[in-house]
Design a binder for this molecule. Sequence first.
Ligand code: AQP
Length: 327
Amino acid sequence: MRIFSGIQPTGDPHIGNYSGGFRQYARTQEQGEAFFCIVDLHAITVDYDPSELRENTLDIAAMLFATGLDPERSTVFVQSHVAAHAEAAWLLGAMTPYGQLGRMTQFKEKGALQTLVSSALFTYPVLMAGDILLYQTDIVPIGDDQRQHLELCRDIATRFNARFGETFTVPEGVYPEAGARIMDLQEPTKKMSKSFGTEQGKVLMLDDPDAIRRKIKRAVADSGRDVRHDPESKPGISNLIELMTVATDDTIEQVEARFDGHGYGTFKEAVGESLVELLAPIQARYRKLRSDPAELARLLALGAEKARESSAPTLSAMYERMGFATL
Ligand code: AQP
């Protein structure tokens, strides 16, 4: 089985990225041949700082290994190191209806915040489809916010296969049972995000223990004192319950049973401590790796080579079936 997922080097990763991204990557790598991509070409679709992009790319690389990716087992690489991604995006653009791209929620939400709404932000989901399809991917571990883009990717693959003959595996999205959409701690009806929301609204992967405890303590809860999962009427406490499942691997029901009758104060304290425990060893591994840029460069070069090799046959097949005069 082939597994593929990507993460943007757009800022400090948070516990939402861990829940929908990092932890799923480490788990799914056990199930087959896995590819994990730092999608730097996606990061330039909104306003950004070139010097930060370079550093953020290495930060995410170190975090991918620190959260459990094994370079012997998984191919971890940077998107811009494999030219096939940009090429595939152009070819697939010919198979993507303009109207469907205009309906993408993320385009509308992110576009509304930009002074310059780039055409790259508009075509971002086509690049993402190419990322996935180049590797004949069976499953894509992602968070709920990427569901619409994954559906578009499946449509593009199906349309291409029907028009030019069976070329792509049509991938399935894999979403965590709990924690598929971790919400902002201060505004629990909005998703926790690298680029939106306040500092207080997100637990960062590299936050120190006191910051984690403080942010959870001050998280917006709902009226009442029952630790009960009901996202409609209790978005704040439901979000904290989901964070607890992420930190401990318990189910929602187990968390509810354990804190039945304890009240919000005790529960919040326990959530804070569990997150501190989860993140401490990850942070230690991260610091060690991040302080060795030569080793990171070596691992990424290895990943790029493997990714180039694995994506080349699909790109060739695309050119050939689309009727290009190949050499
Ligand atoms: N709040 C979230 N809950 C669960 N999963 C989440 N993911 C993101 N936010 C949450 C998942 O993390 C993976 C990597 O995300 P990304 O870097 O590709 O960008 P994104 O989805 O656009 O997430 P952000 O944090 O909001 O980043 P920016 O602000 O840069 O756009 C994905 O699998 C995503 O689903």
